[in-house]
Design a protein around this ligand. Structure first.
Ligand code: BMA
Length: 859
């Protein structure tokens, strides 16, 4: 039975409540739920995301809270043995049944099961949960350490976050609010059983050497309470491609088997296999043969969902239903003439990983809703991305996340939850982590979308960040290795030998401790020279990486986003205290401004600064990706830091906290397109490549025009028979800038690739835009509402218009295209789809909200 009734909530010690805060006598909450959201609902705390309210709510995480409820059980339920189970228990949760302690949860990432057979009674019972302040536990732990464990801290932070097993970024980050949340975010269960628990079912799928059949290797893990003979049954069904995110019911059984097992008390491993005839294969987004064929034929990506099967396992009344899919997936890393490669290969196809880093999708757990996951992950795929990195400072995600990645074909680079820090290596800590990793690997390994397990985020480098660890490196290297290889790696190798274990991000490969922030030839790289080292965008050309798992450039939030956290009358200035409070990267706004001055004419209004910062961010990341994609197959991965925000602020994200796409996310749709152009100026030469990530050869034509700022074409190069082989990057044009014979500030380059009646274009400035004599474009646009409720916007410009941005204000929705160049004589028709149907949003109302801005407009 699930205990999701109403609980009464109160602080354990009234003295923890700061003066001036009054709590209602009776306050109730529900589980799953978190205490900050409950206090907000009860108006006991202000909105922590607004202005500087974050500082007003730190006391909540420093307070112990208690939640109590009563529930009733009948005599039947008291047969056999009874247990209480908690998952997503955040973090130190002491459990009392009828005033007696049943157990203490002390790791957010573990599953907890406490026996309560002797505590329960027929009729009414009480459950009391005490949430002990994780911050206090961390400080107490710090007192016990044999040597300090330094970790990264940010403007607003909770100390010693690395000493407790909790979402690390709850303690604040360089894009994250500090909210030491607590609660239980999954249903609390009471379980009655006489036999035991079917805890996990792990599967791997292997193609049979001959023919189209596949073998499913099944490993069930059953915790038995006694010696008994039990039948285990396994069945594969389905092959539904519906939009349902998870297990389809009622579909036909394709294969099944059962085994009778003599169980012994404790953990039992049951292994068996099944064969499935000619199943549909699982593919990363856009990579299936049908998708690629359609794309090459029509130019339109299909983004079809993958076919998922269902594996149903039953034993002694316990049932597990979970996704099953058929694919081979390797994370290949081999020594080669360039160093050491790193790339994903799916069903034998080398896949260029195009994606983003994922952080928890909201700082308030109750707002981490299935809709938010769906919006963010479908936005990722819609921007032609096929990969996501679950970053080590967040959490092992909710089931809905993995189900969506399975369905949408999003490859997951999965860190373990350790980031930017040293960590203790005492027995108590390591034992706690060992059970955490074992649980998470067994819980998740059946998901086809998980491509690689990675030990941590930047902890190898972190040993060089702190005085203590620099002064005593050996000690901290031993700690690092005991945790990372000795515990995490050990559990991964034991529980999921089918997947590559990558010891840290970034790293150059096994037993190689190079500084992969700067060395590029081996493994994965975090390239931060353009942001954290303030180098110009051209510094992206200084490296020849193999796989960039992190790189990023910030933008300021859009106007509608800024209105959600700042007061228009007092805070609408880049250096206002509130606006600076919503910037957590040291000197972040200055770095943005520095490049304003480096590349552009500096805008004078707050609104124009917001626009230019988003255009600049898109340009920065585009500069990197266009070049690294042209380096295929040497470079086979570009994972942008970061996809999303968990509260509203200036950050590296491509999607704002509200879900609004920034210009960067629209640009991603273009620069990550499976068939596209990479046009850039490097080493004083204009170079143009045709990129083809599909497994089909593409026949196309390419035109490269040199156009002045009145829109007059000064020179044109035509390539009628462009052959872009499958999975390739091919250069078709390479001309020294000074051989073009036109001053760099007097023209721009426009490349157009045409294939299958569709075309794509790219634009390039050959010097800083600020030096170019841009003309007033006088953009005109009209809006028509279509029958399906979408809005068709037709744009025309009299002169070339650059970095054209369409903004619908606070209307949630997506444009079919944005961040584009308009040239005279070529109208652009763009569709806007509102996220929600809204009768009051008439054509006129939408036109009123719509703004169109281009670079020249902010002069
Ligand atoms: C890397 C990430 C994050 C951080 C980002 C931006 O270090 O791993 O920790 O937020 O850079 O600074």
């Amino acid at each position: 039975m699930t205990l999701n009734g109403t609980f009464s909530l109160s602080p354990c010690n009234k003295s923890d409540i700061p003066g001036g805060i009054s709590l209602p006598k009776k306050m109730t909450m529900k589980f799953p739920g978190d205490i900050h959201s409950t206090l907000l609902r009860n108006k006991c705390i202000p909105d922590p995301y607004y202005r500087k309210n974050e500082l007003e709510v730190q006391w909540v995480g420093q307070t112990d809270w208690q939640a109590e409820t009563s529930f009733s059980v009948g005599a039947n339920f008291l047969k056999g043995r009874q247990f209480i189970e908690l998952e997503d228990a955040d973090t130190f949760v002491r459990v009392f049944i009828n005033k007696k302690e049943a157990g203490l949860c002390e790791n957010f990432f573990r599953k907890w099961r406490f026996e309560i057979t002797d505590l329960l009674q027929e009729g009414t019972n009480t459950l009391r949960l005490v949430f002990e302040s994780a911050e206090r536990h961390a400080c107490q732990k710090a007192e016990t350490l044999s040597h300090p464990a330094p970790c990264s801290v940010y403007d607003v932070f909770s100390p010693h976050r690395n000493l407790v097993r909790k979402t690390q970024c709850n303690a604040g980050w360089d894009w994250g609010i500090c909210l030491m949340v607590c609660g239980v975010y999954k249903p609390i269960k009471l379980v009655q059983t006489a036999t035991g628990f079917l805890d996990y079912v792990q599967t791997t799928t292997v193609p049979s050497p001959k023919g189209k059949d596949w073998q499913v290797n099944i490993k069930a893990i059953y915790t038995s309470l006694r010696t008994t003979k039990t039948r285990f049954s396994f069945a594969v069904s389905g092959g539904a491609t519906s939009s349902q995110t998870s297990v389809a019911s009622g579909s036909s059984v394709l294969s099944e088997t059962s085994v009778d097992v003599q169980l012994v008390p404790g953990e039992n491993i049951i292994e068996t296999t099944l064969t499935v005839k000619n199943p549909e294969l699982w593919w990363p987004a856009g990579c299936s043969p049908a998708d690629e064929k359609n794309l090459v034929k029509t130019g339109e990506p299909l983004f079809r969902n993958n076919t998922l099967y269902t594996l149903t396992a039953t034993a002694a009344g316990s049932v597990i239903k979970q996704n099953l899919a058929f694919r081979t997936l390797e994370a290949v890393s081999e020594k080669d003439e360039h160093g050491r490669s790193l790339y994903f290969k799916v069903n034998g196809k080398p896949v260029y990983a195009k994606g983003s880093n994922w952080i928890p999708c909201d700082a308030l757990p109750e707002r981490q809703t299935p809709e938010k996951y769906e919006n963010l992950l479908s936005s990722l795929v819609a921007a032609n991305q096929n990969c996501i990195r679950v970053w080590g400072g967040g959490r092992y995600e909710k089931d809905v996340f993995y189900d969506l990645c399975d369905r949408k074909g999003i490859l997951i680079w999965h860190d373990f939850m350790f980031a930017c820090s040293t960590y203790p290596a005492d027995a108590e800590f390591l034992d706690n982590v060992r059970l955490e990793v074992r649980h998470q690997v067994r819980r998740l390994s059946h998901h086809p979308s998980i491509a690689l397990w990675c030990g941590n985020n930047e902890n190898l480098g972190a040993i060089t960040w702190y005085e203590e660890s620099r002064k005593n490196r050996d000690l901290y290297v031993v700690d690092y290795d005991r945790l990372n290889e000795g515990t995490v790696g050990d559990e991964v190798r034991k529980n999921d030998p089918s997947r590559r274990w990558w010891s840290s991000s970034p790293c150059s490969g096994d037993d190689d401790f190079a500084d992969n922030w700067h060395s590029d030839g081996r493994g994965d790289m975090h390239y931060w020279s353009v942001w954290h080292e303030k180098k110009p965008f051209e510094a992206y050309y200084d490296i020849t990486p193999r796989f960039v798992s992190e790189f990023g450039y910030q933008s300021l939030p859009s106007l509608s986003e800024t209105k959600s956290f700042a007061d228009e009358k007092t805070d609408f200035n880049i250096t206002s205290p509130v606006f600076e409070f919503h910037q957590r990267s040291p000197g972040g706004n200055s770095i943005i401004f520095e490049n304003f001055a480096r590349y552009f004419r500096v805008p004078s209004t707050f609104r124009d600064m917001l626009y230019l910062s988003q255009a600049q961010q898109a340009l920065a990341i585009k500069t990197a990706v266009d070049y690294w994609r042209s380096l295929r197959p040497i470079c086979m991965g570009a994972i942008i830091w970061q996809l999303n925000d968990l509260w509203p602020l200036a950050s590296w994200s491509s999607i704002e906290y509200s879900g609004k796409w920034k210009l960067l996310h629209y640009a991603s749709k273009q620069f990550f397109a499976p068939i596209g152009i990479s046009l850039y100026k490097k080493d004083d030469a204009v170079q143009c490549f045709v990129i083809n990530d599909t497994s089909l050869d593409v026949a196309a034509s390419l035109t490269i025009s040199f156009i002045d700022f009145d829109g007059i074409t000064l020179r044109k190069e035509e390539f009628a028979n462009v052959k872009a082989p499958a999975n390739s990057s091919t250069r078709f044009f390479n001309a020294a800038t000074d051989s073009i014979g036109i001053p760099a500030d007097a023209f721009f380059v426009r490349a157009e690739l045409t294939y299958s009646n569709t075309s794509t274009t790219e634009t390039l400035f050959c010097t800083q835009p600020k030096k170019c004599g841009l003309k007033e474009p006088n953009i005109k646009f009209s809006v028509r509402q279509s029958k399906d409720g979408s809005y068709k916007i037709t744009l025309k410009a009299e002169k070339p218009a650059f970095f054209v941005s369409l903004d619908a204000g606070d209307i949630p929705g997506v444009f079919s295209k944005n961040f584009l160049t308009l040239v005279p004589g070529q109208a652009e028709v763009i569709t806007f789809r509102a996220a929600k149907a809204n009768k009051r949003l008439t054509e006129k109302a939408f036109q009123k909200k719509l703004t169109v801005t281009s670079l020249r407009d902010i002069y």
